[in-house]
Write a protein that binds this ligand. Structure first.
Ligand SMILES: Cc1cc2nc3c(=O)[nH]c(=O)nc-3n(C[C@H](O)[C@H](O)[C@H](O)COP(=O)(O)OP(=O)(O)OC[C@H]3O[C@@H](n4cnc5c(N)ncnc54)[C@H](O)[C@@H]3O)c2cc1C
Length: 389
C-alpha cells in the first residue's frame, strides 16, 4: 500500500482477541482493517488434523461471544471438548474441591478449544479486504479525533478508532505513553498433550504443587492437555519422554492412572501485567495488551473476549444514539466496565499463586478446599464466577 487509506476501525494484532474484535466491528457495518505482523493467514483445519499444542479452556461467556460472531458452529464442527467437572486439590486428591456443571445449572463448565483452530475460523469469517498479514505499524500519531498509522510497507492508514490487540509486548501501548505494571513469575509453563491409562471423564483437573499448579484438560480424542507451571520447568523440559511421563504421573497422583505417552513439550514464561489505563485518545487496549494473568485459572482469552464483547456493545450503543462513537468519553465507558472485572481476576490469580507458595500450609489449604466443597451455595458462587456467568 502506498496511498493513504481510511477506515472506521483499525485493529493492530490478529491474535484471537484482535481477530474477534475485527470480525465484530465488521459485522456492525463499520469499515475495518486488521493488521497482523505475522503471516500468512492461518490454514484451514479439519477433524483429521493433528491437535495444536496450545489449547484454551473457554468459559460459557466466551462461547456466547463466539456464537454471537457466528463462528462457534464451525469450531464445533471440527472439534471442541466440553468439560462437565473440575477438581482442584493440593495434597490429597480425595479431598479435592469439586465443581460440577450442575452446580451452575449450565450444560458444561466450559470447552477446551485449540488456539490454531479458533484463529483459523475467526480469520476465515472476516470479510474480504479486512485482514492484512505480514504488516507492521512503524509509527503512530493519535489524538481524540483519530489516529494515523505509518506502515512498514510505506503505506499510511487513517482510522477513527484504534484497537490495540498486540499482546503482552505491545509496542503501540508504549508509543502512546501508556505505562504497564509488569512482574515476571518465577514459574514457566510446560505444555504438551498426554495419553493416560484412565479416561478423563470430561473433567479438568488441577493440582497445586509447591513448585506451581499442574492442570490436565480433557481433549476430544481422549487425551489430556497439560499446563504444568513450575519453578523447575527447565528440569522437566530436559527429561526424556519416559521420565517425564513418570514425573507427571507422580505429580498428578495418578488421578488418570499412568501417563502412557506425550507429545513434544513447549514452554511459556509467565508474567503478570496490567496497563495503567486502557484508553488514550481514540485508542483502546484489549486482551493481553491490557492485562496478562497467570494461566492457573485459564482466564487470559476469557478476559480478552470479555473486553471485545463490552467494546462492541459500547460502540454499538453510542452509534444507536447517534453520538460520536469513538469519542474518549465513550471509550472511557468501556474502560470503567472492564477494569473492575480485570482487577478482580488479577487479584484472584495472583492471590492463588502466592497462597499456594506458602510452605507447610498444605493440609490447612486442603481442609479449606474440603470445607468449601461441603457448602453448596459457596461452591455455586465460585463456579458462577469461574465461568463468568
Ligand atoms: C501456558 C498458557 C496457558 C493459557 N491457557 C489459557 C486458557 O486455558 N484459557 C484462557 O482464556 N487463556 C489462557 N492463556 C492466556 C492466553 O494465551 C492469552 O491471554 C491470549 O493468547 C491473548 O490473546 P491476544 O490476542 O490478546 O494476544 P496474542 O495472542 O499475543 O496476539 C497478539 C497478536 O498481535 C500480533 N502483533 C503484535 N505486535 C504487532 C504489531 N506491531 N503489528 C501487527 N501485529 C502485531 C502478534 O503477532 C499476535 O498475533 C494461557 C496462557 C499461557 C501462557
Amino acid at each position: 500500500m502506498s496511498a493513504i487509506a481510511q477506515c472506521d476501525v483499525a485493529v493492530v494484532g490478529g491474535g484471537l482477541v484482535g481477530a474477534a474484535a475485527a470480525l465484530g466491528f465488521a459485522q456492525q457495518g463499520l469499515t475495518v482493517q486488521l493488521l497482523e505482523r505475522g503471516g500468512p493467514t492461518p490454514r484451514v483445519l479439519d477433524a483429521g488434523d493433528d491437535y495444536d499444542l496450545r489449547v484454551y479452556a473457554l468459559a460459557p461467556s466466551c462461547v456466547a461471544l463466539l456464537e454471537r460472531l457466528g463462528v462457534w458452529p464451525e469450531v464445533q464442527a471440527v472439534r471442541s471438548s466440553p468439560y462437565q467437572r473440575m477438581q482442584v486439590w493440593e495434597s490429597e486428591a480425595e479431598r479435592a474441591l469439586r465443581f460440577d456443571a450442575g452446580d451452575a445449572r449450565v450444560p458444561a463448565l466450559g470447552h477446551i478449544v485449540e488456539s490454531g483452530l479458533l484463529a483459523d475460523v475467526l480469520w476465515r469469517h472476516l470479510p474480504a479486504g479486512v485482514a492484512r498479514a505480514g504488516v507492521q505499524v512503524a509509527a503512530v500519531a493519535s489524538d481524540d479525533a483519530g489516529a494515523e498509522l505509518r506502515l512498514d510497507d510505506g503505506g499510511t492508514l487513517r482510522t477513527r478508532l484504534l484497537v490495540i490487540a498486540e499482546g503482552r509486548e505491545s509496542r503501540l501501548r508504549a508509543a502512546l505513553g501508556i505505562e504497564a505494571l509488569s512482574a515476571q513469575y518465577e514459574q514457566t509453563a510446560v505444555v504438551c498433550h498426554v495419553r493416560t491409562e484412565r479416561p478423563h471423564r470430561q473433567t479438568a483437573w488441577q493440582r497445586f504443587l509447591p513448585t506451581g499448579p499442574l492442570a490436565l484438560l480433557p481433549l476430544a480424542d481422549g487425551r489430556s492437555s497439560i499446563v504444568w507451571s513450575s519453578t523447575a520447568a527447565e528440569a522437566l523440559l530436559a527429561l526424556d519422554d519416559e521420565s517425564f511421563c513418570r514425573a507427571l504421573g507422580e505429580a498428578s497422583q495418578h488421578v488418570l492412572g499412568a501417563i502412557t505417552g506425550c507429545t513434544r513439550r513447549v514452554q511459556f514464561p509467565l508474567a503478570l501485567q496490567h496497563a495503567e489505563r486502557y484508553v488514550a485518545g481514540c485508542a483502546v487496549l484489549v486482551g493481553d495488551a491490557a492485562h496478562v494473568v497467570h494461566p492457573l485459572a485459564g482466564q487470559g482469552v476469557n478476559l480478552g473476549f470479555g473486553d471485545v464483547a463490552v467494546l462492541l456493545d459500547t460502540i454499538a450503543a453510542a452509534r444507536a444514539e447517534s453520538r460520536d462513537w469513538a469519542a474518549p468519553r465513550v471509550l472511557k465507558r468501556y474502560e470503567r466496565a472492564r477494569r473492575a472485572d480485570v482487577l478482580d481476576m488479577l487479584a484472584v490469580t495472583d492471590g492463588l499463586y502466592r497462597a499456594f507458595r506458602v510452605p507447610g500450609a498444605g493440609r490447612l489449604r486442603d481442609a479449606g478446599l474440603a470445607a468449601v466443597n461441603a457448602v453448596a451455595p459457596l461452591r455455586r458462587e465460585l463456579v458462577r464466577r469461574a465461568i463468568g456467568a
